[in-house]
Design a protein around this ligand. Sequence first.
Ligand SMILES: C[S@@+](CC[C@H](N)C(=O)[O-])C[C@H]1O[C@@H](n2cnc3c(N)ncnc32)[C@H](O)[C@@H]1O
Length: 235
Amino acid sequence: MKTDDRAIRVREVRRQLARSGPARTRDFDDDFAYITLPERDCDLLRDLIIAEQAETVVEVGLAYGSSALAVGEALVSRDHAYPRHILIDPFQEDMWANVGWNLLCSAGLDPIATLLRGRSSDAFPRLIADGLIADAAFVDGSHLFHDVFLDFYYLRKIVKPGGLVIIDDADKSSVRTAAHYFEVNLGWTALSDPFAAGTWRPVADDPSGASVPRCRAFRLPDVLSEPRSSDFLPF
Ligand SMILES: C[S@@+](CC[C@H](N)C(=O)[O-])C[C@H]1O[C@@H](n2cnc3c(N)ncnc32)[C@H](O)[C@@H]1O
């Protein structure tokens, strides 16, 4: 299939998902809207990955697949020789009835996608041992501080120097705090601001506080180097 046809097919599955929702959801009110990345943010995610010319992308957290379809659309929108999309989700079958994976398959993205059905804290060391180098990553997995911190810790070794780490839920305290360590101490630079036209939410769910875009993107330094422990900056 030609590049344009592949992207059109993915776009159609994305549109259908955004309009009609997934084939199955968990038994909670508005679970799809609550869990999945909104269509507008997905478009911005796709555009950012296309602009980045990323050929290998790692994604944490598949769930209903909206963000994964956007990443997949980006990967097939360019004439890459070997586009690769590595997804990690321990609960895709038990919690999400394989909805996200089945959508990737129906969009024709399974030939470029690999789903690792485990926790990212277990999957990342194996990917590092296999020598994976990614151009970019999208993180929307566990939101526990220590899990997010570990995701960033490993992605620093997996995403190439100068590559991109994009995160959802940047308004949440756990995610903000973890990201802040990497900004303050390890030279990650927030891009300004690819998700400004997307969803904005109040920081830490405080309606009286400032709002920020729910997604953020960080550029990694051009050289991967370890700081001295004595240079540690409280964050
Ligand atoms: C908010 S949902 C992701 C939504 C998805 N981006 C979308 O657009 O539908 C979070 C996902 O992270 C997964 N998850 C939870 N803990 C994880 C972990 N330790 N490692 C990887 N994924 C995890 C969940 O199973 C769930 O699929």
